[in-house]
Design a protein around this ligand. Structure first.
Ligand code: FDA
Length: 400
């Protein structure tokens, strides 16, 4: 098959790749986007419970992890959350703020996929699905790629936009890391992030009655020294361990062998509350008193585990203090996480010191660009990861 010349070959029709394609196409560049999936933007489609949390009003480098989160500042500033909101508005997509600055589509995440494919179409970018890259090498100042259908592509610019390793079932691969490595770029070790944490069997057995119970307002902490995170959101007990937004957030800071600390009733000093209640109404049950601040099943489980069920008056203050500690300062050591199978994102990736922060171009491999989740920039839960994909894709799209 005769080889074909394009200005820009983008591998990965996800959030970052499609944004980059639309921008480069608008500049008059001939753009070919390939993806091995049957449809573009599959992670966008399933995101945010089908409503896509497409950005966050409070987006900034503070909400990102990586060896050097400040690297993200340039792209995030040049194409920020308000730029993406303006694009969403231009396409007539209705949205709302759910909580903590998180913006979701009113109707469907498919509207965001449609918006991006429409932008690509208007910019003249070509999208080829069910296609992957068999081989890629340097050819003069550019690149030569052989696609899975046998076609050769010569491209001045090559953009790696295949994302991270999370959810392999949906086609996630480590392709961008492999290619980047072959072109001499350093990769920061990857690990699953924004992921539920798991408990060992004996603890799971004890917590069995709690599976499905949520503490709607909890504080979770994990990590040590410079790598530490504290989040106040819901926590959910599961059949495997613990999940919910607060846990997904701290999973990015947690490492094997470390404990996490949970405060399941952060507005109340539970020990003091129980002792005061014992003085005022000693016949009241411990569980009843706790239930004013916790879901009843959680209150029952803690009281039983601490040997403090029954009336307050029957329990010594030391026992009530133990109940308080179990709720306000519960330290527990997860044994692992649910891994890439359920992780929303991948920590690590192409090292930021290998890339130019304004253009996302590799410093030592001119013409090679890395954008989106493949870069060692990982956001908190709440729309930050998509904003990084839009911003980094846009930045590369201005020059590639
Ligand atoms: P992305 O993963 O979007 O795209 C990569 C593309 O490359 C895919 O189309 C894939 O098929 C393709 N590809 C991979 N390997 C390939 C290969 N070897 N050859 C060819 N093509 C290849 N974030 C957020 O901000 N708000 C949210 O609501 C959510 N919700 C959410 C839910 C779930 C379940 C997950 C798993 C993730 C989220 N995220 C999120 C995270 C968000 O989806 C993620 O950060 C972005 O999609 C990353 O965009 P990229 O374009 O970098 O990769």
């Amino acid at each position: 098959m005769k080889s074909r010349k394009v200005d820009v070959l983008i591998v990965g029709a996800g959030a970052a790749g499609m944004m980059c394609a639309a921008e480069a196409g608008r500049r008059g560049r001939s753009v070919l986007v390939i993806d091995h999936a049957r449809a573009p933007g599959e992670k966008i489609r399933i995101s945010g419970g089908g409503r896509c949390n497409f950005t966050n009003l409070g987006c900034g480098p503070h909400a990102f992890l990586g060896e050097n989160p400040r690297f993200a500042a340039s792209a995030l500033k040049r194409y920020d959350q308000h730029d993406f909101i303006a694009l969403v508005n231009r396409h007539g997509v209705a949205w709302h703020e759910k909580t903590l600055g998180q913006l979701f589509c009113d109707d469907s995440s498919r509207q965001i996929v449609n918006l991006l494919t429409e932008e690509m179409r208007r910019a003249g970018a070509e999208l080829r699905l069910n296609t992957s890259v068999e081989a890629v090498e340097r050819a003069g100042d550019g690149f030569r790629a052989t696609l899975s259908d046998g076609q050769g592509i010569e491209a001045a610019s090559l953009v790696l936009a295949t994302g991270g390793k999370s959810i392999p079932k949906m086609g996630a691969t480590g392709w961008a890391y492999d290619v980047a490595r072959r072109f001499g770029l350093r990769i920061v070790e990857t690990r699953p992030a924004l992921v539920p944490l798991t408990f060992e069997a004996a603890l799971l057995e004890r917590l069995k009655p709690l599976a499905g119970v949520a503490a709607p307002d909890a504080v979770a902490r994990a990590g040590e020294g410079g790598r530490s995170g504290r989040f106040r959101e819901a926590v959910l007990f599961t059949h495997r361990g613990i999940s919910g937004p607060a846990i997904l957030q701290i999973s990015s800071y947690w490492r094997e062998g470390e404990s996490i600390e949970l405060d399941l009733a952060p507005d109340v000093d539970v020990a003091e509350m129980l002792k005061a209640r014992k003085r005022e109404a000693g016949r009241q049950g411990v569980v009843t008193a706790l239930s004013e601040h916790l879901p009843r099943r959680l209150a029952e489980a803690v009281a039983e585990a601490e040997g403090a069920s029954g009336a307050l008056a029957e329990r010594p203050d030391a026992r009530l203090a133990a109940v308080g500690a179990a709720i306000n300062r519960w330290r527990v050591k997860p044994v692992g996480s649910e891994g890439y199978r359920t992780a929303e994102v991948t920590l690590g990736g192409v090292a930021t010191d290998e890339l130019d922060q304004k253009t996302m171009q590799a410093k030592t491999a001119p013409g090679l660009y890395v954008i989106g989740e493949a870069v060692d920039i990982t956001g908190w839960l709440g729309g930050y990861n998509f904003q990084w994909a839009w911003s980094s894709g846009w930045a590369a799209g201005q020059v590639c």
